[in-house]
Design a protein around this ligand. Structure first.
Ligand SMILES: [Zn+2]
Length: 648
């Protein structure tokens, strides 16, 4: 973010002689180099060497993975989805596993499921029914217990030793819910299938089996698996989804196959199939049922949309200038949506910009498909977005969802526990691409409206819980603000403080060290400390581990020999950047930008020297997107001969 450098001496944390004394309420400064709070299970991971104090994966780092072969049958308007799968699950941990945990996310639809909010009758279903389980080919009992919801353990008759694998075969069925959210029925012949298969939960090095409930608020945590998914649908349905479509020549009639193939080298949007063509039933092969085969390797999840009338657009975009690698960009939508005909180009722009600017890592997958649904939700290689009347807003939302391709999907983030590394980063990139698209002022307006105002204008205690709080322990807006706006403000303030070069170095080192793995916040903090050569624990501590909020105040203004000294008190405690807007007696103005570096030595009080021969008439502290909880103490004015503002 552009910073207006001050041509002034910065005296940080020093009490300048003759300056207004610090208010007596100023608390003792935090100890700069204090070690960050670390949960006991994370400490244990460092002791075991699975994570290194320099921020890298440790020499003993491991993670488990699965190979999933899934077959699904969906025959709309019948809402029942039937599936079978073979999972080969590899135990790379040093532990013997006896009672694996299986995630059954769609049990969120069962009446009585623990849920962050209420549910309409159309949302409710009877959940996931496991019809059979076999372990290493041996039928194994499974109880569909009405009182278990989004995860369930089962017992392995033979424990799974370290460095061995087990084969699990599930058959199951469930009904797609009539009301769609992250997944469900979009209309009677359009189904969005997500979280649709039983999967082995993550077993990791710092907390063992993931037994966090899915309550439709906090999100997901998945291993990197290899998938082959075959989806059988009636003729005249198209299936869009994660991964490479393996058999387009079997599925599409020649004219449509040609358009589809063309899209892989086309910058321009190609309409692969119009609504009229879909309804005329000329697009797909005319066998009674078609099986669409998708494959993706080393990816956290697979998601699909199927429809007999959605419009299909496609193009592609170069994301890697070194290799000239192109990725496919597709969209699927109702022809009533005015914004969706632009969606392939919006998505191309997002992939291009994010690959080349921030995070500045080429998009790591082979395609992206944006589906018109009702979610505003990201999935690997898939986005499910509502249609909006304002195309600026449509683009804003799809850019945010595509930014998730890096965080959490490329980076293997535990979104359920640490959304500061998922939504926090997506919200950061959303702001940065927004500045490129709309200009700084309008992007700031969006950011303040959607990401900051809800937090900073809400004085309740839950709002100021530390960002690093495990978010499965949070609810309502405390979850949302700790997931999105607060961590993004911290990352953006870090960028302001370090400058783009050092910030990029830290971010890219973190991505390079941890992509395809499961980093936690300490890995990020340690990596940035390591590669910048700075101990930023004071900064991490204030932004991510404290109950701080943003409230800066003018503590006082003192005339000095060559200008003025301004005391800025940090009442809320967050080390935020600030602009000092100085208004002089000759009618001129000056903006002095201070990065969070002014809080390095003393997180409660800083002094800023303004070197000027002009007469200072008034002063305003303007935090911009770092909105101030109490702006009444942000002004100072030279009135009635009173040269000192009263400390508040
Ligand atoms: Zn998001």
């Amino acid at each position: 973010m552009p910073s207006m450098r001050a041509p002034f001496l910065l005296i940080s944390g020093l009490l300048v002689a003759g300056c207004v004394p610090a208010p007596s309420t100023s608390p003792a400064p935090l100890t700069g180099a204090s070690a960050l709070y670390m949960p006991r299970d994370v400490k244990a991971a460092y002791r075991k060497g699975t994570r290194s104090p320099d921020g890298r994966p440790g020499p003993a780092y491991w993670q488990n993975r699965g190979r999933y072969n899934i077959e699904i049958t969906a025959l709309p308007p019948d809402r029942t989805i039937r599936g079978s799968e073979q999972i080969t699950y590899m135990n790379n941990s040093p532990d013997t596993l006896r009672n694996p945990v299986v995630k059954l996310f769609l049990n969120i639809h069962k009446p009585g499921a623990p849920r962050a909010g209420g549910a309409s009758a159309d949302y409710l279903t009877s959940g996931v029914h496991i019809d059979s389980l076999a372990v290493n080919g041996v039928a194994t009992p499974w109880v569909n217990d009405d009182n278990y919801f989004t995860w369930q353990r089962f017992h392995l008759a033979s424990p799974l030793p370290p460095h061995d694998s087990v084969r699990l075969a599930f058959k199951w069925h469930y009904d797609v819910s009539k009301q769609s959210g992250r997944e469900g029925m979009l209309d009677s012949t359009t189904f969005f299938l997500a979280y649709f298969y039983p999967r082995v939960a993550v077993y990791d090095d710092y907390s063992g089996w993931d037994t966090m409930n899915f309550t439709d608020m906090q999100e997901f945590y998945s291993d990197f698996n290899d998938y082959d998914v075959a989806i059988t649908v009636p003729a005249n349905y198209v299936v869009w989804g994660t991964g490479t479509l393996l058999n387009p020549a079997e599925l599409l009639q020649p004219k449509y196959l040609q358009r589809y193939t063309q899209s892989f080298t086309s910058d321009q949007t190609i309409n692969v199939a119009s609504k009229a063509e879909m309804i005329a039933k000329t697009v797909t092969t005319q066998s009674p049922r078609n099986t669409w085969r998708f494959r993706a390797a080393n990816i956290p999840d697979m998601t699909f949309n199927l429809s007999d009338h959605y419009v299909w657009d496609a193009a592609s975009v170069v994301v890697d200038d070194g290799t000239h690698r192109r990725v496919s960009v597709q969209s699927a939508y109702n022809d009533t949506a005015a914004d969706f005909p632009h969606m392939v180009q919006f998505a191309r722009h997002g992939l291009d910009w994010l690959s080349h600017n921030w995070p500045g890592v080429p998009y790591p997958f082979e395609k992206t498909t944006v589906v018109q649904g009702q979610a505003g939700m990201e999935y690997p290689m898939m986005v499910n977005d509502e249609s909006y009347p304002d195309t600026i807003f449509s683009r804003f939302v799809v850019e945010h969802e595509i930014a998730h391709s890096w965080f959490p999907f490329y980076m293997g983030i535990n979104e359920t526990r640490y959304p500061m590394m998922d939504e926090g980063w997506a919200t950061t990139f959303e702001n940065l691409i927004g500045i490129a698209d709309l200009g700084k002022e309008r992007a700031a307006g969006f950011f303040e409206q959607f990401r900051v105002n809800g937090w900073i204008s809400n004085p309740s205690s839950a709002e100021d819980l530390p960002i690093v709080t495990p978010s499965d322990a949070l609810s309502a807006s405390a979850y949302g603000d700790n997931a999105y706006g607060k961590p993004a403000l911290g990352y953006l303030a870090l960028k302001d403080m370090l400058g783009d070069v050092a910030f990029r170095k830290g971010l890219l080192a973190f991505i390079d060290r941890w992509h395809g793995k499961h980093p936690i916040p300490w890995d990020f903090f340690n990596t940035v400390n390591d590669v910048t050569g700075q101990n930023l624990n004071w900064y991490w501590n204030s932004w991510y581990f404290s109950n701080n909020y943003i409230d800066l105040a003018v503590g006082g203004v003192e005339k000095t020999g060559n200008g003025y000294t301004v005391v800025v008190n940090n009442i809320g405690g967050m080390p935020a950047p600030v602009d000092l807007e100085a208004h002089y007696g000759d009618g001129t103005n000056e903006v002095i930008h201070e990065t969070p570096a002014i809080w390095a030595a003393d997180q409660r009080r800083a002094t800023v020297a303004i070197s000027t021969s002009k007469s200072l008439q008034s002063l305003l502290l303007n935090g911009g997107i770092w909105m101030d909880a109490d702006s009444t103490n942000n002004r100072w004015s030279q009135i009635k001969g009173l040269s000192l503002a009263r400390p508040r």
